[in-house]
Design a protein around this ligand. Structure first.
Ligand code: CIR
Length: 383
């Protein structure tokens, strides 16, 4: 049973979103109403829909599917392969963290778009595409295996994402088109071969017994209905303008399942624009400590004897901060150590709760990184 879905409203900048199609830019108002209808369709399938606001920083941000893979055991924040999309993950990370205790990250040099990941039965197929490289796929397979799940790669030739050209329903039923019709990886499935002019219909999703399918593919619809699945079609023509080779639903795979039997999900990584965003706020620099809310702040007690903080490597200020923090905690009977990491990774990992906190950040940073809480006393500072 799938219980929840995450969607993000299209932004005005969607007219500048990535595409290689020749269908022209989408109409913003039409995209908004199609997205609203899509959201309603998810609700009609019984889902509680978490609607995120439009994010003008990222023209493609409505395609939330690509930035995370949500599995029954853990969420995996991806590292999207298109440079303009790599940092979309930042805004999604705190949302995901609300629902998952275990959040993993795909790291450079890995690249991975979750649109390249298809769960068929219990196994994750990972498309090697222009957006997903072998390093990203291997990281994902390692993460999956740590949680008792399996994954393997499939090489793509023409489609943007694996799920642009194929979809999985239930009971071994698989929708295939184009390059996927003769892939040896999928011969054991019951394949429903879609006609080439209706290949885009493969990008559909089975939610609690109903197949959501893009509108305008009557033959594909009949083929799926003939297998006993009720089909509901949704008009996603404005979004079809933004996907290469053939169409992909905007967020049709963006289901987040937090029920007992969590099944498959996809959703929502990176940093550097953050530095620009925050630079203007630096009127004075302070040394401060950010506590990751999901770790130390949630468990602080007299039992805490050891804390590990993340901090920025090659930074003299971080090293000084660490000495100050270490001395302060020593007086409380708590030993601390620090891992020195690239600046953005340090902040992200602390924010995901993988560290007890983060050392030495500018004032105001928590406005943009709400899972961190700034420890109020100023430890060192200068102007
Ligand atoms: C892109 O090129 O990244 C977007 N314009 C389309 C992404 C489609 N993703 C998906 O269906 N999972």
């Amino acid at each position: 049973m799938i219980t929840q879905a995450i969607v993000r409203k299209p932004c005005n900048a969607i007219i500048n979103a990535l595409t290689t199609s020749d269908m022209g830019p989408p109409d913003y108002q039409a995209a908004l109403s199609q997205h609203a209808a899509y959201t309603d369709a998810l609700r009609d399938c019984g889902l509680d829909v978490i609607e995120l606001p439009a994010d003008e920083n990222f023209p493609d941000s409505t395609f939330v599917e690509d930035v995370a893979l949500l599995t029954p055991q853990c969420a995996i924040l991806t590292r999207p392969g298109a440079p303009s999309r790599t940092e979309e993950v930042i805004a999604m990370a705190p949302v995901i963290q609300e629902y998952y205790e275990s959040v993993e990250i795909i790291d450079a040099p890995g690249m991975l778009d979750a649109g390249d990941i298809l769960l068929a039965g219990e196994h994750y197929y990972i498309g090697l595409s222009t957006r997903t490289n072998r390093a990203g796929a291997e990281q994902l397979i390692n993460i999956l295996s740590r949680y008792g799940m399996t994954g393997s790669v499939v090489r793509l030739n023409t489609v943007l994402h694996l799920k642009t050209g194929m979809g999985y329903l239930d009971n071994g039923d698989m929708l295939v088109s184009g390059e996927f019709t003769d892939k040896p990886e999928f011969t054991a499935f019951h394949q429903i071969h879609l006609p080439s002019e209706e290949a885009a219909a493969a990008n559909c999703l089975l939610i609690n017994g109903t197949v959501l399918m893009p509108e305008g593919y009557p033959r594909a619809r009949k083929m799926v209905e003939a297998q006993g699945y009720p089909v509901k079609t949704i008009d996603i023509s404005e979004f079809e303008k933004l996907t290469a080779v053939s169409a992909a639903c905007p967020c049709v795979s963006d289901t987040l399942n937090t029920g007992d039997n969590m099944q498959r999900t996809d959703t929502v990584k990176h940093i550097s624009w953050i530095a620009d965003k925050w630079r203007h706020r630096i009127t004075g620099v302070i040394t401060t400590l950010l506590l990751a809310l999901s770790s130390v702040a949630g468990t602080a007690s007299a039992d805490v004897k050891h804390l590990t903080f993340a901090t920025i490597k090659n930074s003299v200020n971080s090293q000084i901060s660490f000495q100050v923090i270490r001395e302060a905690y020593r007086k409380l009977g708590i030993e601390v150590d620090a891992d020195y990491l690239p600046a953005s990774r340090s902040l992200m990992m602390a924010g995901y709760g993988q560290y007890d906190g983060e050392l030495y950040r500018i004032a105001g940073i928590t406005e943009d990184y709400p899972t961190c809480y700034r420890f109020p006393p100023l430890l060192t500072g200068w102007r």
